[in-house]
Each structure stands twice: as C-alpha cells, then as structure tokens.
Design a protein around this ligand. Structure first.
Ligand SMILES: Cc1cc2nc3c(=O)[nH]c(=O)nc-3n(C[C@H](O)[C@H](O)[C@H](O)COP(=O)(O)O)c2cc1C
Ligand code: SF4
Ligand code: SF4
Length: 295
C-alpha cells in the first residue's frame, strides 16, 4: 500500500510513534510518506494514497486545534481508507471521545474507517513520569504498533467506542481555544534564560522571537509545550499552567533501549491515577498474545 502519515506533535512523542510506525510499515514493503503539521508546512496532497494515518496527542480530551485546521484542508477522497493513532498520558474513558471531530469530518467525505488506536506516552504537562514507567509504556507501545500494522494489513478495523456523555464532556473541556489565547499573554522567560534561541527556532507556530536580547512571545500559541519542555535552563513560565509544567527531555530512545523494567510498574495493586493503565495494558498483552504468541 501507499500510505501517508499526517501528524501533529508538540514535544515529539507523536513524532516518535510516527517514525516507529513508518519503519514497521516500510519493513513490510509499504510505501510510506509522513508529514508533520506546523504553520510553515504546506498542506500535503493526499491524492493517490491508499491509506492515510492520522496521529495526534490528546489535548484536554480533544485533538489539537492546529491538527483539526490542517485536516479540514486535506483533499481526502471518497473511498480512501484512514486510521487514527492518538496518544496521551492517561487512558481515562473520556479520551475515547477525542477523535469525534475527525471521525465526523471523514464520514462527511465518505472515507473508509480502518481502525483507531490509543497509545500511552509520557505526560508533557501535569507531572513527569517515572522513567521505569516510561520503559513499560514504550514496551506496550511497541506491541500496539505491531497490532496496528497487522490490523491494517488484514482489514481488521477496531473502534474506540465513545458515547454521548463523553462527547459532551470532551467538547466542554476544550481547553485550547481559551487557553492558548489567554495564556499566551502570560508566557515569559525569566533571568535563567541564556538566549540560546532553541525555543524561537523550534516553536511550530513561529510564535517566539528574540529581539533586543529578550525572548518575546506572541499570541499564536498552541499550548504544545515544546518551548518550556525543552528549554535547557527551565526559564520559561507558562502562565496559569506553570504548576503543571514538565521540563526535560525523557530521552525516549535511551529508555526504549533499556527495555521493559525488571518488575512490572503497573500491577493489579496499582491505584489512584495509575489504576486506568491496568486494563489498557492487559488488553494490549491479550491481543498481542493472540496474534503473535511470545514473539
Ligand atoms: C495542552 C495539553 C493538554 C493535554 N491534555 C491531555 C489530556 O486531556 N489527557 C491526557 O492523557 N494527556 C494530555 N496531555 C498530555 C499529552 O497528550 C501527552 O504528553 C502526549 O504524549 C504529548 O505528545 P507530543 O509530544 O506529540 O506533543 C496534554 C498535553 C498538553 C500540552
Ligand atoms: S530555550 Fe530557554 S534558554 Fe534558550 S532562549 Fe529560549 S527561554 Fe532562553
Ligand atoms: S509558544 Fe511554546 S507552547 Fe506556544 S506554540 Fe510555541 S512552542 Fe508551543
């Protein structure tokens, strides 16, 4: 198949998944192109692809606004197949509603659904995940990627079921519209800033400038956290989300190379925030065992 992967990423978790997915598809003989959404990238031409894969990080139980805007401009044809690989830091059921705008749009264009997959990836906001937990997450993601490739090749199209209550709740919590606009006025770099220029170079919205020896934030912020997450001196203040800021690269490739932790991080005894992962991980293990045994 000729496959186009279209994805949005803030702190590169979705890019990590996309690169791994593309490598697996290519290894199976598919022709794969991928395109990362940002303000300066032209909209890809979707014509001629047998299948489109849509990747996005969940923001406030929704797909990111720049992702929605981009997809609305994509020339999807009737009969074209598509699948979704979304990711987020937790698996609360309300996340099941996050693709509703995309699904509606694809239905209107008479595109053919080929599956939806929810990957766990470490939080880039709220709090930093323990590195052993991230190792376990990456191990489960590897399995889920193999399941995804198997499914799209065999025509299995698993759905993630939402319902009216999740849809309404997810629409109500759409933090980005207000958040990005209001919060952008509160962004600033403090005196720990070493003027390295990394934030200005990498902002997907071109929203940061260094002028007169100062870092200046505009008001086109997507709240993607790339600037504050990767700032080498943790100098960026992110307004009302400051208490939830996560600073520092997880170094996913290094953690992946270490493999799953010796002892499972998530167990039947995991409680509180961690409780939601047990069912999710068990289901991945179950399907993986069913399809591939111990491989
Ligand atoms: C503004 C914002 C809102 C988020 N909302 C959620 C959420 O509702 N649920 C969740 O599990 N993770 C949430 N996250 C965490 C991201 O989905 C997660 O860390 C993701 O892997 C980031 O992917 P990226 O590095 O490709 O941007 C949010 C992150 C940001 C920046
Ligand atoms: S990345 Fe951090 S240290 Fe570098 S210019 Fe931006 S705010 Fe300053
Ligand atoms: S200013 Fe920071 S959080 Fe806002 S879009 Fe740019 S990199 Fe992302």
């Amino acid at each position: 198949m000729k496959i186009l992967l279209v994805y949005y990423t803030g702190t590169y978790n979705t890019r990590y998944l996309t690169n791994k997915l593309a490598a697996k598809l290519k290894a199976n003989g598919h022709e794969v192109d991928s395109t990362e959404i940002n303000r300066s990238a032209p909209v890809a031409d979707a014509a001629g692809y047998d299948m489109i894969g849509f990747g996005y990080p969940i923001y406030g139980f929704n797909s990111p606004l720049p992702f929605n805007r981009y997809v609305s401009k994509l020339n999807i044809c009737a009969g074209q197949k598509y699948f979704i690989y979304k990711n987020s830091g937790e698996t609360f059921a309300i996340n099941n509603a996050s693709s509703r705008i995309l699904l509606r749009r694809m239905k209107r264009r008479k595109a053919v659904f080929a599956g939806e997959y929810h990957f766990v990836m470490p939080y880039n906001i709220h709090f930093a995940f323990d590195r052993n937990f991230v190792r376990e997450i990456l191990d489960k993601d590897e399995k889920l990627l193999k399941i995804l490739v198997h499914d799209i090749e065999s025509g299995t199209a698993p759905e993630i079921k939402s319902n009216a209550a999740y849809n309404i709740a997810s629409a109500a919590v759409s933090v980005q519209k207000i958040g990005g606009a209001v919060n952008s006025f509160l962004y600033r770099a403090d005196d720990k800033c070493i003027k390295c220029g990394l934030c200005a170079r990498n902002c997907p919205e071109g929203n940061i400038k260094i002028a007169g020896g100062k870092v200046k934030f505009g008001h086109r912020c997507d709240m993607c956290m790339r600037c504050s997450f990767f700032c080498p001196t943790d100098a960026i203040h992110i307004g009302f989300l400051q208490g939830w800021k996560v600073n520092g690269d997880y170094r996913l490739a290094e953690l992946e190379a270490q493999g799953a932790p010796e002892e499972p991080y998530i167990t039947a005894e995991s409680g509180g925030f961690y409780k939601c992962f047990k069912k999710h991980f068990d289901e991945i293990d179950r399907r993986y065992g069913e399809l591939f045994g111990d491989r």
